[in-house]
Design a protein around this ligand. Structure first.
Ligand SMILES: *[C@@H]1O[C@H](CO)[C@@H](O)[C@H](O)[C@H]1NC(C)=O
Ligand SMILES: *[C@@H]1O[C@H](CO)[C@@H](O)[C@H](O)[C@H]1NC(C)=O
Length: 347
């Protein structure tokens, strides 16, 4: 066989395999159609194993026999207090969370989304183990990085045509300089980064005609229901001897932030609180929010704080210690939320 022909066959074989594994097989389509008749479902989106496991083992979660595996994701079906739910794990960070959220909403009959997990804390008045429910979410790793020598009065590249803007504000690296001598002003060649709103293409818009979104509000009715969660009792101890110093509580807070980065830096964390009033800092939530916004699906996000995102305290010297406690606290609140949701079916 000629080399070129061989290459062609290999190429075709790869194409066939790729086609077979990516398209939605007929059998799967009918399985999805059948399961959708039993909806609508609450979609529960969870980042990682250690966060989904406490829900899988929670007595209020009744799994059904159905599982659908697709595109590397596992969709688990069940109920919480008679409310049909679909559980899916995203894996770490914003791209995984975006893909998973879109798959969930594209394939299944979803009436609303609950996203939960653990988070870093940027709010100095909150504590490890607290569960926060922010009203607005933003993705904060879309930047225009400004060239050295230019400042707030200078246009950003592509600003004129509406790609980027200076509306949200910036971070100036020189502001974070330490040990500056009194006779010279701090300077930094990294200059400024300008935070950018996301380009979105909502189902209710014109295809390919972009809109912009920065703060994404959670669903107003869900947020209203969440106000009833503020007295939910949360765990303080991991066992009989190791406890948090303050009993955790549920807080409704103004904002949460997501980045494609793991934040372990106190200076940036405190900037986030000062500039954006951020309480919760994580790596997935804003993706879920942005997908739900564009698909016009109600959502809420519940995050439990397990560390101080770079700040110190005796409790955060061992963040792993309270990670499982934080995970199980978020699950407690999620279960209560879904129960309330089934009581408020008609609002
Ligand atoms: C300033 O520099 C000194 C000596 O290098 C160091 O010990 C100190 O921690 C620095 N302070 C800050 C705020 O970085
Ligand atoms: C409680 O957990 C801590 C941390 O894992 C451990 O050091 C301690 O021995 C545990 N106490 C009991 C009574 O199991």
């Amino acid at each position: 066989m000629g080399g070129a022909r061989m290459v062609l066959y290999v190429f075709l074989a790869a194409f066939v395999i790729a086609f077979v594994s990516c398209a939605l097989p007929t059998e799967l389509q009918s399985k999805i159609a059948k399961i959708n008749e039993e909806g609508p479902y609450i979609g529960i989106i969870v980042p990682n194993n250690f966060e989904i496991n406490p829900l899988l083992h929670n007595p209020s979660y009744i799994p059904s026999d159905t599982i659908i595996d697709f595109a590397g994701k596992r969709f688990r079906f069940g109920a919480i207090c008679d409310k049909p739910v679909i559980l899916v794990m995203t894996g770490l960070s914003l791209i995984n969370a975006g893909i998973t959220s879109q798959l969930l909403l594209s394939f299944f009959n979803i009436e609303g989304v609950v996203h939960y997990g653990t988070a870093g804390n940027a709010n100095p008045s909150l504590h490890i183990g607290d569960v926060v429910i922010p009203q607005f979410w933003a993705h904060l790793t879309l930047w225009s990085w400004q060239r050295y020598g230019e400042g707030p009065d200078d246009m950003l590249p592509l600003e004129e045509q509406g790609d980027f803007s200076r509306e949200i504000g910036h971070l100036k690296f020189a502001d974070f300089t330490s040990n500056v001598s009194a006779d010279s002003e701090a300077d930094n060649q990294l200059n400024n980064i300008w935070f950018q709103p996301e380009e979105i293409f909502p189902t209710y818009g014109i295809p390919e005609k972009r809109q912009h979104a920065f703060w994404v509000p959670v669903h107003s009715k869900y947020y209203h229901i969440a106000k009833k969660l503020q007295d939910v009792e949360l765990n303080r101890c991991i066992n009989t001897t190791t406890c948090l110093s303050v009993t955790p509580k549920v807080w409704l807070v103004p904002t949460g932030i997501s980045h494609s980065l793991y934040l372990d830096n106190a200076a940036y964390t405190s900037f986030l609180y000062k500039k954006f009033k951020a309480s919760s800092v994580d790596m997935e939530s804003a993706s879920v929010a942005l997908v739900c916004l564009q698909q016009r699906v109600p959502f809420i996000i519940i995050r439990s704080l397990f560390e101080l995102a770079g700040g110190g305290s005796t409790e955060t010297d061992h963040p792993d210690l309270f990670l499982s406690l934080a995970s199980s606290n978020s699950v407690t609140v999620v279960v209560e939320f879904v129960k309330l949701l089934s009581l408020h079916a008609n609002i």
